[in-house]
Design a protein. Structure first.
Length: 43
């Protein structure tokens, strides 16, 4: 598992949203804030 420090650049990460669309963290570089919430469970 990779960890980062506060203020460090986040690693590239691809995730699916609830609709099945893929999002990459790199697509949000330059936005003021990004909040990543990981929920366990089945939809």
């Amino acid at each position: 598992m990779t960890t980062t420090s506060p203020g460090a650049q986040a690693p590239s990460l691809n995730m699916l949203d609830a609709t099945g669309q893929t999002h990459n963290l790199r697509d949000y570089v330059g936005h003021n804030n990004v909040v990543l919430v990981m929920l366990r469970g089945l939809w």
